[in-house]
Design a protein around this ligand. Sequence first.
Ligand code: NDP
Length: 503
Amino acid sequence: MSDNKDTYTTGFGAPVDDDQNSKTAGSPGPVLMQDVHLLEKLGHFNRERIPERVVHAKGAGAHGYFEVTADVTKYTKAKFLSEVGKKTDVFIRFSTVGGEKGSADAERDPRGFALKFYTEEGNYDMTGNNTPVFFIRDPLKFPDFIHTQKRNPETNLKDADMFWDFLSLTPESIHQVTILFSDRGTPRTFRNMNGYSSHTYKWYNEKGEYYWVKYHFKTEQHIQNFARDDATKMKGEDPDHATRDLFDAIARGDFPSWRLEMQIMTPEQAKEYRFDPFDVTKVWFHADFPPMTIGRMVLDKNPENYFAEVEQAAFSPANFVPGIAASPDKMLQGRLFAYHDTHLHRLGPNYHLLPINSPKATKVNYYQRDGAMNFSDNGGGAPNYYPNSFGGPEPQPGAAEPPFEVEGTADRHPYTHPNDDFFQAGELYRRVMTDEDRTNLVGNITTHLVKAEKRIQLRQSAVFYKADPEYGSRVAEGLGLDVKEVEQLAAMSQEERAKATAG
Ligand code: NDP
């Protein structure tokens, strides 16, 4: 092979003679079609952008490792978790959710916390957030929810009416809304926040016994948040402040780390728990299921190329390894489809072959072939069908998730667990928050909700009131609403309240 590393070449390896002067007929002269270098360069430039992620468009990523610090073999047979001291390479992408690719890092928004473990049994992804719960618990509602957090179809502006109309008509969102409008909705940096699986997952061991689990990655840099005015200031001063902070910290050797704590529930406990353990708008109280520390993640290497490693990174909660599986959480079930599907659209059918997405500690052996941009050896001359008698790869029955029972009627079942949607948000307000947290929360809400129509302000204040009467009253007072009217709306059923505040 020729050593041409100092030679500027075309995309096809031929030397470029001049990159400053287009080839023309005479001087200045019209440009000639036969300047093939110019045509190739402009053509490629026109195609530089790939579709922006519909959600989580703005992000930053880093490489690192995960180390096991406690024996969890009783709960899972996942090989990367099989030994204390075992290390696995990881790649993480932090992000905001609602903004476009150029939006400010200091926006009030949940933060994505998407992790890829490059295990010897294939890649395992955890697509978490910095909040332990979510706004909705049925994937049918997801596109509508996201539309309301994005731009008005007529004005192309963020729209407080859309935002609060949907949320106030979807009271299951109150827990996440309370977290979002606390100062945790504007984390100081990506390093100063926790990451949660939010969803419940299943772990199963060598014997086929299973457990329900939740992941909590707790920051070792301490939680730090912006107060409202500081976040607004930062958006103007440095819209990329969190991206910059992560890159700079790793570059100077100040490697951020997170402790992995697990909550673990037996199937029997799940049947009796006072909250539906698969409802992603709820947490499992720590007193009921004390988190146990089982590992530590350290980020110690910056990407060398943002597009190749961060923009093209593709995570999916459907990427499981033996020992870890899905739970019946409906939002999770929807995401099992949606992530892979969006990557097929955004990156193409062979996105899993890109270096950042392909396994590093094992090989891909399968019968899938072809497709756009298949830059692997495409299976060479090996059989492309199964079964075959030419020595192709065989399924491994031992990798199966143990069988589990399902029962019931096929129908559009709502969540019917006998607990309400307001209690946990109320507990956060009453029991966890300090006086300062509560004051900031109310101020963060009123400065945003005041931009919505009054009837929507009333309806949403009633939802806060249902979480905690003081909470709802303070929001209503901050908006200059009649607290008695809010109290009356709070006493109504959801349907009556929607009717009483219809447009
Ligand atoms: P605890 O009272 O034992 O602990 C409070 C938890 O709340 C801590 O995990 C703390 O995180 C977190 N927290 C503190 N301020 C905020 C905030 N503004 N937004 C979100 N989380 C915050 O928790 P319980 O299990 O008894 O649950 C009480 C309430 O705490 C829940 O209703 C829920 O709103 C919230 N919570 C519970 C979690 C859980 O998994 N049980 C997880 C996170 C929040 P940290 O330790 O990092 O400071």
